[in-house]
Design a protein around this ligand. Structure first.
Ligand SMILES: Cc1cc2nc3c(=O)[nH]c(=O)nc-3n(C[C@H](O)[C@H](O)[C@H](O)COP(=O)(O)OP(=O)(O)OC[C@H]3O[C@@H](n4cnc5c(N)ncnc54)[C@H](O)[C@@H]3O)c2cc1C
Length: 479
């Protein structure tokens, strides 16, 4: 470590304590990437503050030394949004994980930035409430990470994304100033003037560090119906998705899985998924008990019109929980069949799902790579999971090319670069495909209001700044 950084580490220890700073290169390896493994670089140090004041002091210290600061929750990002491309200090809020106050009457909670998403619902479910956004990573991802990406999840179709459920939060600006954006815990829901809360949601850690958040809680549904439909083909399943929406039914969730992912999940978790089905649709209805059976019958009827091979309604709460567990652990199941994978996150209009699926299979096949697909089908949000082996020369590049071409195709089909996983370093260049120079310039100017020096999470989101494939595959034969 450079001499200047050693001094900085001593000062960081004075702020966060001995156990609140990681500077040993062997330990820093853990922080060299997030869930996107194609771009790696270790920071000079990681700090694990416990209070807003510690965050302020760290940020001021970094400002004095002109060091980059990279806010991090639990690093489940899939777009390289927490890679310290120029080194610097990763400021990890995972120890700020307390639920500070719950106001049941006004249905809101004040929580620290590093509280895992699922803990919020766990804390209030006994009182019939929940925090609606439910990324599949919800047992581990943090509320601040959700805000920075405006995260969604399987239930986005009915309940919306993070921005619909976060009322306000504080932000430690890169100069150390603390500002509160949106409504405060004790205040009303609406604030006058510009909605800076909304502006900062989705800013990928480039505006400052969130330390406390006021979330909206909603009443948990009275009842659920869940059904699994096994279809001959992706085309049939996709058509069923469109037909259900066209029939005026808004399911709480509609999750599509293709054959490779269904096989991987079944082989991993053994819940009786049909491994020979062309595609599987997991559909959940929720709301008042009265009327749900009628909606379910209508859904099954629509499945039938689309040549469904079999339908399996969940008969008990355990069966429902099992199906959700499978879907939410789908990425984990891939670990058994491929040493590495990259997950994409484009969006297409719902009716274009069959087109994008065909495209995905074609280009991966052309490059000799395997692929499995899950999709938040109701939102047209695809998640192709492309398999590669970083030890095989050329594999990383091929997977990267497939991944980028898929997103380009999403845009061509009338979609967008990301549904929920953010831009990070991965899709920074693709922003120029979706947006014109004027749009990007306007975004950069907004960013400068919060971070004039561009030190907070640099090289993310905007074209040109991010390095590409700094990670070189090791020259080693595949096993
Ligand atoms: C298995 C798996 C399933 C997933 N499923 C979904 C899904 O269904 N929906 C979905 O939206 N995403 C999903 N993701 C992606 C990811 O989990 C989410 O985007 C999540 O919001 C990231 O939270 P995190 O705490 O891990 O943030 P990190 O990965 O640590 O950081 C993500 C971004 O947040 C910023 N950030 C973190 N903390 C702060 C802070 N305190 N202040 C300011 N900025 C901060 C970082 O700088 C970075 O830009 C999934 C990931 C995995 C691995």
């Amino acid at each position: 470590m450079a001499a200047v950084a050693e001094t900085v580490v001593r000062e960081l220890r004075a702020i966060c304590g001995e156990d609140g700073v990681i500077a040993d290169p062997r330990q820093l390896v853990v922080y060299e990437c997030d869930g996107y493994m194609m771009e790696k670089n270790a920071p000079d140090a990681v700090v694990l503050p416990r209070t807003t004041q510690q965050v302020v002091d760290v940020v001021k210290l970094c400002a004095a030394h002109k060091l980059p600061v990279i806010p991090r929750g639990t690093g489940t990002s899939l777009s390289g949004a927490v890679v310290a491309l120029d080194g610097g200090v990763i400021l990890c809020t995972s120890r700020m994980n307390r639920i500070l106050k719950v106001d049941y009457r006004n249905r809101r909670a004040l929580v620290e930035a590093g509280v895992p998403n699922l803990w919020i619902t766990d804390a209030v479910k006994a009182r019939g409430l929940m925090f609606a956004p439910d990324p599949s990573s919800q047992p581990s991802c943090t509320i601040a990470g959700n805000i920075a990406f405006n995260a969604g999840g399987p239930h986005t179709l009915k309940y919306g994304v993070t921005t619909n459920h976060v009322l306000g939060f504080d932000l430690v600006l890169p100069n150390g100033e603390v500002v509160w954006l949106g409504s405060e815990f004790e205040g009303g829901e609406e604030v006058d003037g510009y909605d800076l809360r909304g502006v900062a949601i989705g800013s990928e850690g480039m505006f400052g560090i969130i330390t406390r958040v006021v979330v909206r809680l909603i009443k948990a549904p009275q009842a659920f119906r869940m059904v699994l439909g096994a279809f001959h083909s992706m085309d049939d399943a996709s058509q069923a998705v469109s037909d259900i929406i066209a029939a005026g039914i808004i399911p709480a969730a509609m999750e599509l899985m293709d054959q490779p992912i269904t096989r991987a999940v079944e082989e991993g978790y053994h819940v009786g998924l049909p491994m020979d089905a062309g595609a599987v649709l997991i559909l959940e209805l929720d709301g008042l008990e009265a009327g749900l059976d009628r909606q379910l019958r209508r859904v099954i009827e629509i499945f039938g019109k689309n040549h469904v091979r079999s339908t399996r309604p969940a008969r008990t709460e355990e069966e429902r929980a099992d199906l959700w567990k499978c879907r939410k652990r789908a990425f984990g199941a891939i670990g058994r069949i491929s040493p590495n994978f990259v997950t994409q996150d484009g969006v297409v209009p719902r009716t274009k799902l069959p087109d994008i699926m065909r495209f995905i299979y074609d280009i991966c096949k052309k490059r000799g790579l395997g692929v499995a697909n899950v999709a938040h089908a109701g939102d047209g949000n695809i998640h192709p999971i492309i398999f590669y082996d970083e030890r095989v020369p050329g594999d990383v590049e091929k997977a990267y090319e497939c991944s980028i071409e898929i997103v380009r195709k999403c845009i061509e089909l009338g979609g967008t670069v990301t549904g929920e996983h953010g831009i990070g370093v991965e899709k920074a260049d693709l922003m120029a495909v979706q947006f014109g120079a004027d749009d990007l310039d306007a975004m950069k100017r907004v960013r400068r209001v919060f971070d004039p020096d561009g030190r907070c999470n640099p090289h993310k989101m905007f074209p040109g700044g991010a390095r590409r494939l700094t990670f070189k595959p090791k020259k080693q034969a595949a096993v």
